[in-house]
Design a protein around this ligand. Structure first.
Ligand code: CP
Ligand code: NVA
Length: 290
């Protein structure tokens, strides 16, 4: 049976532990590790822009010996020029895996349903599982454990927040979320509407943009609603001294986070970005059975 990563729910605890230990080994041994994707081609189907996800997948596939074909919205017209089902069935004839960044989560579910090769969610409106894997690996690398840590997400209960919550639950990392009313993620446990209450004694605090890709028309409205949730020096003063700062990037300085906070010595945003490469390499090896 082929295996996909559509949602964090597709992984169990054992698979996540294996993925993290493979990630650590690939990172340590780079660039001298094995090239198990030699002769394999991956299709990168992207409906939205990307810096980190596209480059880390392309570079990662290359470092593992394979090659990548990037397909922009103009190239494919997913669901417009051709149905998602037909695209999935055709790509399955030629390549070993599909990495897709889509608007509707249903699109990635349909790709996975009809493809006979592994499908990886490179961000949908509902989840961003590859981001969450890199983020929790980064926290684990820093602390060597998930025990006795308080991880707090402040801002929009969006795709990144959902994947982080699902993964934190499996990894038994204590996670709290603060969003404005009406912007909560799927799960309501440990979700507050008061950022000060949530951030108290945090070891790690995370934020993301207030208007995600596809929500551009809501931006002005959201800027007002989310204003009390800005990660700034004042809000950070309620966290533990030395609290680490995370953001999936791209960041909007002066909106969800101030420049002073994201550019401070406690910010680990570049460690997260670096680990996208390593975790995704491990993920591709795992999903293709290497
Ligand atoms: N964090 C992230 O997924 O970045 P990109 O949108 O640039 O890929
Ligand atoms: N929540 C953001 C994440 C970008 C990596 C978005 O979906 O645009």
């Amino acid at each position: 049976m082929k295996k996909d990563l559509v949602s964090i729910r597709d992984l169990n605890k054992k698979e996540i532990e294996e993925l993290f230990s493979l990630t650590a080994r690939l990172k340590r041994d780079r660039p001298k590790h094995e090239k198990p994707l030699t002769g394999k081609v991956f299709a990168l189907v992207f409906e939205k822009p990307s810096l980190r996800t596209r480059v880390t997948f392309e570079a990662g596939i290359f470092e593992l010996g394979g090659s990548a074909i990037y397909l922009s919205p103009q190239d494919i017209g997913l669901g417009k020029r051709e149905s998602v089902k037909d695209v999935a069935q055709n790509l399955s004839l030629w390549v070993s895996g599909i990495v897709a960044r889509v608007f509707a989560h249903q699109t990635i579910e349909e790709l996975a349903k009809y493809a006979t090769i592994p499908v990886i969610n490179a961000l949908s409106d509902y989840e961003h599982p590859c981001q969450a894997l890199a983020d929790l690996f980064t926290i684990y690398e820093r602390f060597g454990t998930f025990r006795n840590l308080k991880f707090v997400y402040i801002g929009d209960g969006n795709n990144v927040c959902r994947s982080l919550m699902l993964l934190a639950e499996i990894c038994e990392l204590e996670m709290w979320v603060a969003t404005p009313k009406g912007y909560e993620p799927h799960k309501k446990s440990k979700v507050l509407n008061d950022p000060v209450e949530a951030i108290k004694d945090a070891d790690v605090v995370y934020t993301d943009v207030w208007a995600s890709m596809g929500q551009e028309t809501e931006k002005e409205k959201r800027l007002k609603i989310f204003n009390p949730f800005q990660l700034n020096k004042e809000l950070m003063s309620y966290a533990k001294p030395g609290c680490l700062i995370m953001h999936c990037l791209p960041a909007h300085r002066g909106e969800e986070i101030t420049a002073e906070v994201i550019d401070s010595p406690n910010s680990i945003v570049l460690e997260q970005a670096a680990n996208r490469l390593h975790t995704q390499k491990a993920l591709m090896m795992q999903l293709t059975g290497q």
